[in-house]
Design a protein around this ligand. Structure first.
Ligand code: NAD
Ligand code: AHE
Ligand code: ZN
Length: 713
């Protein structure tokens, strides 16, 4: 059994008859062969500028059809059904100037089908305005000669919605509504009332024929006699009858306008609809517009109200549809809004192994996002804090800040991510507020929006979302806390990324790799042919080597006290390696004196050791060398050098997260990795399964051969 949709599935070939720029967007006329009517049908389509890819459709719709088919967002559309004698252009010409800008503001498309199968070779009755051409009455005719092609009900109720959804990605998931004038008002009301509940988001009408089977309505009676063989059969296409039969109201509200000077008022009988609505308890706003007649002057005077009426309901439907599709695609829908009990590695005290515990993760509050942590990579800074070296270190806390996550649920007001999205938590957030001088400046990535509470292990409202099994609060860490199967982070700390990169690779962009690359590209802007020295060849140091190589550095000196780190450094582009612990002179004199005369253009500390930071500065080139501190020094440790070093032209600077603006740049880096221009596999030297293995990852990092240990949850 073929479904209604399959029976009415659109055939491939369509023709764009015309495309015009109009106020608020683009207006197309499209002709296509219709399986319902069996002839070619033409419809008008207004597309707001914001839907550029649809607005730019052309005759060869094929290749980009897939993109439109693949659209994630539900583009809403209002169907405008015209009245007797009209074709697909009347509304656009006479009411478009008011309706289109309003639709653009509302973010909705408007589709304007023809009023009859105009190409039907057997119907020529041009002298009868209320039957045949221009008068299809939105029914499927059952009597000859009209039964051959006059199937306007099926065309508007089924085929055209499928065409729009399938070919243009418009009006999917019920994001469509009906409005119409006169015969079109009848069509809008009856099609919406006959359809399965919920298949249309809203209905409204201007001067609609409300009770066409009524003795007073000659139009209805003539049409039903001619198309359906009698008025009785027309009861299935009579809005007042259909509404009066309903047990409960199908819509939150129906909007109707008519003119008190409408010359066809006796045919329209709006009060019959008011009575029917009262019977089934349907809210109906029926406005009698004083002095207005049946013309398009009336229509264009009130069409904006109707467009706004539809806009509000279509947006609500859009939100419901995306929430529903999220729920469908979001295996976490069942946990949303409730505390989650899960496993975490809790740092109970400095220099003590992490404890595997059951914790409670509360739901996200306003502006917050709860994420399922898929994997977490260990960064030296986690160990530094666990070792009690971090002046901001707090216990008990949940550490971890280099992770790949999936959004489980979002708090109130969160719009940039939704359940099911892949995200990277970022300890350097990006609020993007116009008032934030840091986010607005190209010079820095240090958005301070939540830095105060973040440094105190709290969420922006000053509370925590973690509790242990005794109900005691547990502190957050760096606004991430990803050594837990679920975490709650601020929306402004969420970098939404493509799902095309496995999270166990994408997680590396949460800290070390990004920091190393950014120190070279953003903080120091290393030029081609520069000479570089990198102190500490862990993941951060090796990312500096990789970044310098990609920047075209001519000489890259890698310094470490662990020779095991030299092979990966050389593989990534280091030209020289030094085991500084084996030197009998200070490393800076070896580099600036033996290996080079005056030092190198750029040096980077990736150890966190203040002595190495000094050495790294002091072998920066006399006159112009720049030394960048990446390493995080232990509490109380301070850097020093002779001011003479700076007087003689060296610059000492530092970087956090490589100067990258987190939410803008992390997705780009991930995309570069997907495109193959930024490989990172070489950083993953160890993998573990289960949050409980995090202590093993720490041991691995201490082992000396580990760059990044990725723990998969
Ligand atoms: P890591 O432990 O993996 O690597 C450190 C490397 O330094 C090791 O290879 C070690 O052998 C080497 N090293 C140690 N002492 C040395 C010395 N005296 N001379 C030369 N080499 C020495 O650490 P990582 O994850 O690569 O992080 C490196 C540093 O960067 C840490 O201090 C970390 O806290 C910091 N960090 C800072 C940022 C930031 O935004 N500024 C981001 C990430 C990491
Ligand atoms: N809490 C320490 C500061 C530690 C620190 O400098 N952190 C780096 C990131 S390390 C990532 O592995 C950073 O981004 N700092 C900027 C910031 O705002 O913290 C302390 O000294 O108090
Ligand atoms: Zn880190």
């Amino acid at each position: 059994m073929t479904t209604t949709e399959e029976a009415h599935a659109p055939s491939p070939s369509h023709v764009i008859l015309s495309t015009q720029r109009v106020d608020g967007g683009i207006y197309h006329r499209i002709k296509h062969p219709s399986s319902s009517t069996g002839v070619h049908m033409t419809f008008g389509l207004f597309v707001p500028s914001r839907y550029a890819d649809i607005a730019s459709i052309d005759a060869t719709m094929d290749e980009s059809r897939t993109t439109r088919r693949g659209r994630k967002d539900n583009v809403p559309v209002m169907f405008w059904l015209s009245g007797l004698t009209c074709d697909d252009t009347n509304f656009a010409q006479k009411a478009g100037p008011r309706a289109f800008p309003a639709a653009s503001r509302e973010g909705i498309c408007i589709v304007m089908p023809d009023t009859s199968p105009r190409d039907d070779p057997s119907i020529h009755n041009v002298d009868e305005y209320d039957l045949g051409i221009g008068a299809g009455f939105y029914v499927d005719a059952t009597t000859a000669p009209y039964s051959a092609h006059y199937r306007m009900y099926s065309y508007v109720a089924h085929e055209l919605p499928t065409f729009l959804a399938d070919v243009l990605g418009i009006g999917r998931n019920g994001c469509r509504s009906l409005c119409g004038h006169s015969m079109g008002g009848h069509g809008a009301l009856t099609i919406s009332l006959r359809g399965p509940r919920g298949s249309w988001a809203a209905v409204s009408a201007l001067a609609p024929i409300c009770h066409p089977t009524s003795p007073g309505c000659a139009w209805g009676r003539r049409a039903f006699d001619a198309y359906l063989g009698g008025v009785e059969a027309g009861r299935e296409h009579d809005a007042a009858v259909l509404l009066g039969k309903l047990a409960e109201p199908p819509f939150d509200e129906i909007l109707v306008d008519y003119g008190t000077n409408d010359e066809f008022l006796t045919y329209l009988e709006p009060m019959s609809l008011v009575d029917a609505a009262r019977v089934c308890g349907q809210a109906l706003t029926c406005n009698a517009r004083d002095g207005y007649d049946h013309s398009y002057h009336f229509v264009s005077s009130f069409v904006e109200n109707h467009v706004m009426f539809h806009g509000a309901r279509l947006r609500k439907r859009q939100a419901e549809a995306s929430a529903a599709s999220c729920a469908l695609s979001n295996p976490y829908a069942t946990t949303a809004g409730r505390p989650i009990e899960c496993m975490a590695m809790v740092a109970r005290a400095p220099k003590m192994p992490l404890c595997l515990e059951t914790v409670i993760v509360d739901p996200p509050r306003a502006g917050e996002v709860r994420v399922k942590v898929i994997c977490n990579a260990l960064c030296h800074t986690d160990v530094y804090t666990l070792d009690g070296l971090d002046p901001e270190g707090l216990f008990p806390s949940i550490l971890g800040h280099e992770a790949g996550c999936i959004v489980e649920s979002v708090g109130e007001g969160v719009t940039s991510v939704r359940p099911g999205d892949h995200v990277i938590p970022c300890y350097t957030p990006q609020c993007c507020k116009p008032s934030c001088v840091f986010c607005q400046s190209p010079k820095t990535n240090l958005c301070p929006e939540i830095r105060g509470t973040q440094g105190r292990g709290l969420m922006p409202d000053g509370t925590t979302r973690f509790k242990d099994k005794d109900g005691k609060p547990i502190y957050h860490f760096m606004g991430c806390s990803t050594m837990c199967e679920y975490s709650v982070i601020a929306e402004i700390s969420c970098a939404k990324i493509s799902k095309d990169l496995p999270l166990e690779k994408a997680c590396l962009f949460g800290c070390g790799v990004t920091t190393g690359l950014g120190a070279v590209w953003n903080t120091c802007k290393v030029e081609p042919n520069s000479t570089v020295a990198v102190f500490g060849l862990g993941a951060v140091g090796l990312a500096v080597v990789q970044g310098a190589k990609m920047a075209g550095a001519s000489r890259i000196i890698g310094v470490d006290i662990n020779p095991d780190k030299f092979p990966p450094a050389l593989a990534l582009g280091a030209t020289d390696t030094i085991d500084s612990s084996s030197l009998d002179v200070p490393v800076q004199s070896h580099i600036a004196g033996t290996m080079t005369q005056w030092g190198v253009d750029y040096t980077f500390d990736c150890t966190g050791n203040v002595h190495v930071m000094r050495a790294s500065l002091e072998c920066a080139h006399r006159g112009w060398g720049t030394s960048c501190i990446i390493g995080v020094a232990a509490s109380g440790h301070e850097i020093c050098t002779r001011p003479f070093q700076l007087v003689t032209g060296r610059t000492w600077k530092g970087t956090a997260f490589g100067g990258f603006k987190s939410r803008r740049d992390v997705p780009r880096l991930v995309q570069q990795c997907i495109d193959g221009t930024l490989p990172v596999d070489h950083f993953i030297t160890h993998t573990f399964d289960g949050v409980g293995c995090t202590n093993d990852a720490i041991d691995a990092l201490h082992g000396g051969s580990c760059l990044r240990a990725v723990v998969r949850y």
